[in-house]
Design a protein around this ligand. Structure first.
Ligand SMILES: [Zn+2]
Length: 128
């Protein structure tokens, strides 16, 4: 990745762990607890944090940019028109925008949003 790309963008897991808390809300206490705790467990199992640590060191030594973005709504926002709704996410893998009809693999749609957010942060930093 560091050899092939000048800029690498990823979701900030410290924010993900907060926003994807399994504790639920006042309106819907504990909803999706099993699903969300499963997500958190899979992140731990994959050693994602360890991977990002290695990636950060490799990127720095190669002079590449590594950008972390807020993961909120990256998977439920349409990469084509920007419409954000949980109904856009039909299944774990299927994304269908209820506003413009854009369809994509849910991970690809989210990846485009993550890249866009990272490049926007980069542009803002360069303008400052
Ligand atoms: Zn759309």
């Amino acid at each position: 990745m560091v050899r092939d790309y000048d800029v690498i963008v990823h979701e900030d897991l410290r924010i993900a762990n907060m926003t994807r808390s399994a504790s639920g809300t006042i309106e819907a206490p504990g909803r999706n607890v099993a699903q969300k705790s499963g997500l958190n467990r899979s992140i731990v199992d994959a050693g994602w944090g360890a991977f990002l640590t290695v990636l950060a060191h490799k990127a720095e030594s190669a002079g590449r940019e590594l950008i972390a973005v807020n993961p909120a709504n990256t998977s439920r926002t349409c990469a084509r028109c920007g419409h954000c709704a949980k109904e856009n996410r039909v299944t774990q893998v299927e994304f269908v925008c209820t506003a413009c009809g854009h369809t994509a693999h849910a991970d690809v749609n989210a990846a485009i949003n993550i890249l866009g957010a990272g490049l926007a942060l980069r542009d803002a930093a360069e303008a400052a």
